[in-house]
Ligand binder design. Structure first.
Ligand code: DGT
Ligand code: CA
Ligand code: CA
Ligand code: ZN
Length: 576
């Protein structure tokens, strides 16, 4: 069990306890513990397996939390959660997923209005019953309504990064099944969508029974939904669904194409096939002559597309947006790959809320094949993250100069900062300080609920500041958790274009901000995108690949992404 899952279980326990109105010290201790676990770089499962008493030596882990962690690792569950769920409806957990609606308010809704499900809550909001409760204003009722949509979606779709972990585990498990010739993952996961609704697995085999027997033994399996002759669906941890299909070799490419989708892409393909006197489905491509159908392709995806006189599109662009136009213009972009990234221009260190030092981040980035990084700690306004004031920042930059001078390689550490755009639009650090940086990121962290014009003006104002190079996570959305700010993205693009600035694609799997369609818009306007990790630890550097997925979905080639350039060339691009 990984730290993220342990942390989620402890948070769930805290949520349920708070819903019940339990002792607030206890709840706070669990929440603190959950945060420590989530941020830790050592595996808590390993610690427990070695010696559970070592947990107590970790700062932020008290006796109560340590007991729960130990129980979770040893028994696979926390008994208290099940006990609470005997008296509290499990659907309450869905309600708790609504952004801004804490356990206390959820408890009130349950006690006063008997609300247990998202549907009931939505109905009560629409009937204006919620705003009549003590502590609920009309505004709260509206934000609950907005949040219900997010919570409902969060219930069904998981982050691509989580689907990726599941896919890895499943691939590993299925490898031991001798009846399998080949296994591929299809669907939205293969297309690199930011969230995945269910995982689609295709297996090439002539022995479906053995394959499905083996699938039944997947350790994360919770429930078999259905088992047929060649198709089987299961639920794994957190009720997530996995669909398995067993297909023969001569249909494998056709099935892979069909189940990769997207649905809209497939609809377009079928139309084209028809025009050519062909038929396409998950079994192959067939020539239709009167009542006769003869198989002409299906073993590989390449031959399927070739039969339709089309190139084998990268899965990420199979959305029926522009790929067919690109194909007819012979203008399909060579999509960016993670190996092409040369530098990472957004990361934090122990100077603020990061977990590693400047040197550690540099070494880790170098080990990952990068040529340069920018250290971009928070500015003073972000006090919860110990943001730096001018003096501390200048000190850090001096330190970076020294480190660069003492290194005997050509790896480059840039002096940067993630400077807050304050609520009134001013920058959080004086211009004369920003002027001394190599790289300045501007971000909105406060006043995210401001009206559209105000928040847009803040961002476009920052883009007009000559010391600012880029806007980080330009829309502020958190997938499944928080909507984007009310920002006029067109105005942001325009300001970036006019001022020759760049925009970030933040690769954190919960952000992926800008998203794919915005990336495509930036591409059309020739605004350079920078894909950044926003790492707060050494392993945080590994998220770049999620940003690459999103960039590919937006049709970006290396030429559209500025940090595929050397630092020298990137600088020239900025000043052009
Ligand atoms: P998801 O699971 O919601 O994240 O999205 P997908 O794209 O993985 O959708 P899913 O799992 O329902 O189906 C996988 C692929 O199978 C889908 O992308 C296209 C294909 N497919 C499924 N049902 C249909 C259908 O009714 N018509 C067509 N043309 N294709 C379908
Ligand atoms: Ca799917
Ligand atoms: Ca599916
Ligand atoms: Zn950051």
């Amino acid at each position: 069990m990984d730290n993220a899952k342990i942390s989620a279980q402890i948070t769930k326990l805290a949520d349920l306890l708070e819903f019940q109105g339990a002792n607030s010290f206890k709840i706070r201790a669990y929440r603190r513990g959950a945060r420590v676990i989530k941020d830790a770089t050592d595996s808590f499962a390993t610690i427990v397996n070695n010696d559970p008493s070592e947990l107590l030596e970790i700062e932020g882990i008290g006796k109560g939390v340590a007991e729960k962690i130990t129980q979770l690792i040893q028994d696979g569950e926390i008994a208290e959660i099940n006990t609470i769920l005997e008296t509290v409806p499990a659907t309450v957990l869905d309600i708790l997923r609504i952004p801004g609606l804490g356990p206390r308010k959820a408890a009130l809704l349950y006690q006063e209005l008997g609300i247990q499900t998202l549907d009931q809550l939505q109905a009560a909001c629409k009937a204006d019953e919620v705003q009549k409760l003590k502590g609920f204003a009309a505004k709260t009722q509206q934000s609950i309504l907005d949040g219900i949509a997010i919570a409902a979606a969060a219930n069904e779709r998981i982050y691509w990064s989580d689907a990726d972990q599941l896919a890895d585990a499943l691939r590993l498990h299925m490898q031991n099944c001798p009846a399998i010739q080949r296994i591929e993952f299809a669907g939205s996961y293969r297309r690199g969508r930011e969230t995945v609704g269910d995982l689609d697995v295709l297996v090439d085999s002539t022995d479906a029974e053995s394959v499905m027997d083996h699938f039944s033994e997947f350790p994360e399996l919770e429930q078999v939904i259905v088992r047929g002759d060649t198709k089987m669906s299961i639920r794994v941890t957190n009720s997530f669904q996995v669909d398995l299909r067993v297909v023969p070799a001569d249909a494998f490419g056709a099935a892979l194409q069909y189940f990769t989708g997207s649905k809209d892409h497939n609809v377009e393909l079928r139309g084209r096939a028809k025009q050519l006197g062909l038929k396409i489905n998950e079994y192959g491509v067939f020539r239709v002559e009167g009542d006769d159908e003869s198989y002409i392709a299906g073993a590989t995806e390449e031959e399927v597309y070739q039969a339709l006189d089309l190139p084998c599109f990268a899965p990420e662009i199979r959305e029926a947006r522009t790929e067919f136009h690109w194909a007819s213009d012979d203008a399909i972009p060579t999509l960016i790959t993670v190996e092409q990234i040369q530098g990472d221009l957004h990361m934090h260190t122990t100077a603020t809320d990061g977990k590693a030092s400047i040197e550690e981040m540099a070494e880790a980035a170098k080990a990952r094949g990068l040529k340069y990084i920018a250290i971009t700690d928070h500015s003073q306004r972000v006090s919860v993250a110990h943001g730096l004031d001018a003096e501390k920042l200048l000190q850090q930059w001096k330190e970076i100069d020294d480190i660069n001078a003492s290194r005997n390689d050509d790896f480059l550490i840039l002096k940067g900062v993630e400077c807050d755009i304050l609520e009134d639009g001013a920058m959080d650090l004086p211009d004369e300080v920003l002027a001394q940086a190599d790289w300045v990121i501007a971000s909105v962290h406060f006043g995210q609920r401001q009206p559209r014009q105000q928040i847009t003006d803040r961002i476009t104002g920052a883009l007009a500041n000559p010391h600012i190079d880029i806007i980080a996570h330009p829309t502020g959305r958190l997938i499944n958790r928080r909507e984007a700010y009310e920002v006029d993205i067109d105005a942001v693009f325009q300001a970036a274009q006019e001022n020759h600035k760049m925009l970030e694609l933040n690769a954190n799997p919960a952000r992926l901000d800008l998203h794919d369609v915005h990336c495509a818009m930036a591409r059309e306007r020739e605004i350079p995108i920078v894909i950044s990790s926003d790492a707060h630890s050494v392993t945080g550097l590994d998220v770049l690949k999620y940003g690459i997925n999103q960039a590919r979905r937006g049709g970006l080639a290396a030429g559209h992404v500025a940090n595929t350039l050397s630092w020298n060339k990137l600088q020239k691009l900025l000043s052009s």
